[in-house]
Design a binder for this molecule. Structure first.
Ligand code: C2E
Ligand code: CA
Ligand code: CA
Ligand code: CA
Length: 277
């Protein structure tokens, strides 16, 4: 009936309105947080499987809202991307990460590598290389690792490829993130001088139950070894997963089995407690 049609239409527009309102709300939260120092990097340890030692960490951003508390990146990174806020945010991340590396110099944490995630629009931005260059002036370049996903690379490959080669020439470390979830994985491996290859958590989740996932992980590790890449497994939660990854020849892991991403001081404490994971 007409009435029903009208009702369902207004239901639909209400939904859209709510979604739009929510986006605008988060957008202003981001703007506020950029002004008020409302972001934190949390650090998740990366463990060398054969020695059990923490050899690096991944910086993962959190927004700390005065009212809502900690907001996870999946909730605001896409909105930062849609509103041109990812560029200033990316610059903050770069500055924060490199100053952290600087602070760790001449401490027991001085050997650690630190990875940051870079989004497509950041990489595309004309000032990206110069901001990186500026931020790394004071640090050992190879300690900073840039994580790129296949979807980032898919975005504007022709424009990005020379930039990525430049990052490599500058001595930074390059990681291919979320490997296996995109499409043209192998061509990226061929064309980009990656150092690390990160196997997506979705393959690790079922590695114990699903022989196909296990086989897939084995193939990735074999390819990586042939190409001299270091393999990082993401999202390791169980001892049994770690044991299997070790058997398959995986080099490094990240995951709740060792630790969630931690505030800086907590991460430092964990590192200094010198346990083997
Ligand atoms: P990602 O780069 O793939 O990061 C890994 C995500 O998996 C992180 O979620 C991490 O907390 C989570 N994780 C790690 N180990 C485990 C585990 O054992 N179990 C489970 N269930 N989860 C685990 P997080 O911090 O919420 O970040 C989500 C995504 O947001 C990241 O995925 C990345 O795409 C994006 N992101 C985070 N920080 C940044 C950033 O600084 N810049 C940009 N551009 N994106 C970021
Ligand atoms: Ca990542
Ligand atoms: Ca990942
Ligand atoms: Ca991911």
């Amino acid at each position: 009936s007409k009435a029903l049609g009208k009702n369902s239409f207004s239901f639909f527009t209400n939904e859209l309105n709510e979604e739009l309102k929510e986006k605008l709300r988060i957008k202003s939260m981001i703007e506020l947080a950029l002004k008020n120092n409302g972001f934190e990097l949390h650090y998740q340890p990366q463990i060398d499987i054969s020695s059990g030692k923490i050899i690096g960490c991944e910086a993962l951003i959190r927004m700390i809202d005065p009212i809502e508390g900690m907001v996870p990146p999946n909730k605001f990174i896409p909105i930062a991307e849609q509103n041109n806020l990812i560029v200033p945010l990316g610059q903050w991340i770069l500055k924060e990460a490199t100053s952290q590396l600087k602070k760790w110099e001449n401490t027991p944490l001085s050997e650690l590598k630190l990875s940051i995630n870079v989004s497509a629009l950041e990489l595309n931005h004309k000032d990206f290389l110069s901001s990186v260059e500026k931020s790394i002036q004071d640090i050992d370049h190879k300690k900073l690792s840039i994580e790129l996903t296949e979807s980032v690379l898919m975005n504007n490959f022709k424009n990005d490829l020379p930039k990525i080669h430049k990052l490599k020439e500058m001595g930074l470390t390059l990681s291919l993130d979320d490997f296996g979830t995109g499409y043209s994985s192998l061509s990226y491996l061929k064309n980009i001088p990656f150092d690390f290859l990160k196997i997506d958590k979705s393959f690790i989740d079922d590695i114990l139950e699903d022989p196909k996932d296990k086989m897939f992980v084995q193939i990735i590790i074999d390819i990586a070894q042939t190409m001299n890449l270091t393999v990082v497994a993401e999202g390791v939660e169980l001892k049994a997963q770690l044991t299997m990854l070790e058997q398959l020849g995986c080099h490094i892991y990240q995951g709740y089995y060792c630790s969630k991403p931690l505030k800086c001081e907590e991460f430092e404490k964990l590192f200094l407690s010198h346990k083997n994971y």
